[in-house]
Structure formats: C-alpha cells, structure tokens
Design a protein around this ligand. Sequence first.
Ligand code: HAM
Length: 438
Amino acid sequence: MKFQCPPGMRDFYPEQMRVQRWLLELWRQVSRTFGFEEYEGPTFEFLDLYTVKSGEGIVSELFSFTDRGDRRFALRPEMTPTLARMVAAKASSLPRPIKWFSLPRMFRAEKPQRGRLREFYQWNVDVLGTDDVIADAEVIAVAIEFLRQVGLSPQDVLMRVSSRPVAAAVLESLGIAPENTLRAFGLLDRFDKLEPEEFRRQWSEIAPGISCEALLSRLETADLDDCLKLVRSAGPQGDEAADQFIKLWNRLADLGVQQFCCFDLKVVRGLAYYTGPVFELTARQHQLRALLGGGRYDNLTELLEGPRIPGVGFGMGDAPILELLAATGKLPDLADELDVFVIDAAEEYFPRALQIVQALRRAGLTCDFSYRRQPVSKQFSQAQKRRSRYAVVVGDELIQRNQLTLKNLRTGEQCLVSASNFLTDPAPILGPNCPRQP
Ligand code: HAM
C-alpha cells in the first residue's frame, strides 16, 4: 500500500518550512512589539471543554478519542477555551491586563478546501482582565500591523467590525424575541455560505412572520449612525452597546488603523462565547473564507466556573493568509542561504578545510562544504547554487603565509585575509548581515 499525507494535512518540505518559519516569526515579532507574551497549552483537552464552551460549529468538527480510562478528549480545534482555563486557574496572581499570544497547531475535521485544512497553525492574540475597549482596538491593531508588514493594504483586505449587543438590538427592533437571538446569530454567521433560498427558509423557522427582506435590507444598509440610533431606542442596554461601539471605533482611529476597518452588521461570529464587539478579516478580491476572526468574550472564565475575567482576542490561520499572500505575489523569496562555503584548492587541504568549516560554524556563521572532492570551479558553482554570500578557498597561501582567499559571491570581489584574524573574529571582515539572521 502506498501511503500519502492524510487529506487536509500538510508535509512541510524545507521549501515550505522556510515560509512557515518566516510567518511564525513575523507573528511572534509583531506580538512582542505590542507587549504581548507568548504562552502554550496542551494539544488535546477534555472533550467537555469544547462541547460546553465553543458552540455547535466547532463541536461538529472535533477529532476526539477515548483513553484507556474511558476519559474523552479532543484535539484542540481552537485556543480560547484553553486560554480561559489557564487564566482562570491563576486568576488572582496574574497582573492585569493579561496580554498573551500563542502560535498553536490546531485540528478541525473540516472538509478541506482553499485556506481551510484539518491541521493548521493559528496565531492567537488576546487581552484578558479589562472591560475597556482599548483592548479590543489594540488586538485589531496588532493584526493590522502584521498586514502592513506583509504589504497588504486596505485595498486588499477589510476588517469588518460589529458588536453582538448592537446586532441583538437591531434584531429586537425587527421583532426577534431575545431567546431566539443566539439562533439568529448562528444563521447570520452562515449568511455568506448559504444559498439565498436556504437562508430564507431557515430564517422563517427562527422568526416566523418576520420578513426576511426587512432583515436583509437592514443588513445591507448597515449605516453606523442609523444603526446606533436604532440601538439607542432600545433603552439603557442599547445605549451601553452603542457607547461601547463608538468608543471602540474612535480608538481604532487613535491607533491609526481605522482605514482598514468598516462596520458590518453581518459579522456576528459562529462561536457561542462572544458577548461584545466581534470582527472578521476578509480579502477584498479573492474568494477566501475569513482570514481572521475574533471578538470580546466577557463570560468565558465564569462558564468554566472561575471568576469573571473579561477577554478579547482573535485567531488567524496560516493557511488562508498564505493563500492570499501567494495570490497577491507578496510571499517573500526565501531561498536557503549560507554565509560561507569553504572550498579546498586540492585534496590534501581537505582536512584543514574541515577545521576551518568547524571554526566558522563555532563563530556563529552558517557554513558548508562539498562532500565530494572536485575541481575548485565545481565547488564555486556549488557555492553559488547554495546562495552562499562568501566562498573561502583553502590553498597554498594557508601553508605559505597563513592566509585564506575570501571571495564575495555577490560582488565578485576577492582578497587575501589573515587566517588567524578571520577565524577568531570573522564578522568585521565579512561586514554587515554576516552572520545572517536566521
Ligand atoms: P474561528 O473563527 O473559529 O475563531 O477561527 C479563527 C481563524 O482561524 C479563521 O478566521 C481562520 O483564519 C483560521 N481557521 C479556522 N479554521 C481553519 C481551518 N480549518 N484551516 C485553516 N485556518 C482556519 C477561533 O478559533 C477563536 N478561538 C478566535 C479567538 C481568539 N477569539 C478570541 N480569541
């Protein structure tokens, strides 16, 4: 039987691994510049953590198993329940605000499609321990900083922002009973996925007698001012929801990211735990599902029987963003590169060449050599193929004058350098960018 990589999973050959490392490092670096600290959790949790907290969409996609003690577990499909569990367990000792990020691998038994896999990395950025929507604005700003750094602009992507309390008030104004709001959110979340006829049919089940056209016209003409007027008319709760949203909107401007954002009532998010502002990032021109999804979840730690610790954050999958970067030509050219390729001018110099290779490696340089003894010209072409910045030739000069030939393979310049100086401290001789950053 010939084995293949299972559907929806990926093999990372070195070529793909370079891209993966670049992406994860950039996510890490952007998170750090905003003052977030990295955390990690287990790759599987007790099944109930998800069945109770995540909501139907994710639960139907769980990879679960039973251990020999008949305990039921699930591979993690998302990080937020783990995060809430970890924070709740140390609630009293963690200084506020809790600003954490993670780069976990996730598992969902989804039907594999463009940008959706069964195993993927998901960048998670969350702030816990504050009700202030500055936290909501800041997590959105982290994501937008990443987008800027990879060269995506508001012409390429759109952060669609809404708020569950605002959407609930609008639904209420249409006559939806509060006990049906969550079901209506579930349906709204599938607005883009369902055929219009199917959407209408399901709407009539949730809201018999309430015109779907009224809903659609509300959703399509979701002017922020209009909407907030309607929301305020719903009383003090409506006022609170409207104030919270306006404050968030202003903070997005203060942080200089509002031009990436728009108000969109159709964003309600599928997960059950969101309680406040919610947001999703979509590509403007490419048929891709959401590139990022997040929102405020103020009750999740309480659902886990911990103290109340409000939170807000997002998850961004590697697969959809890499699809978009590839489609827009924004993936960096990440060839494997060396600092130095060491060449022996004749076979008798090979043992000395190996000593030099080892000395350069110990000095922190990325250094390699040819396994086969072959003419110098062939070794030079191997150095070029490996995209080495420099070649060092070990030849007669080493024996006669303790010198090495150093060639800059980018400019073609060549010179003789003192072997002892070079091997003790190669960096000043090689100049900036050597050793290269990993
Ligand atoms: P989510 O909407 O389920 O939210 O996923 C967030 C993002 O993860 C998606 O927008 C997408 O980029 C990526 N993603 C989801 N499923 C897949 C998949 N099968 N393949 C590749 N990428 C995928 C959550 O997971 C929330 N826990 C996010 C969150 C963090 N909310 C607050 N904090």
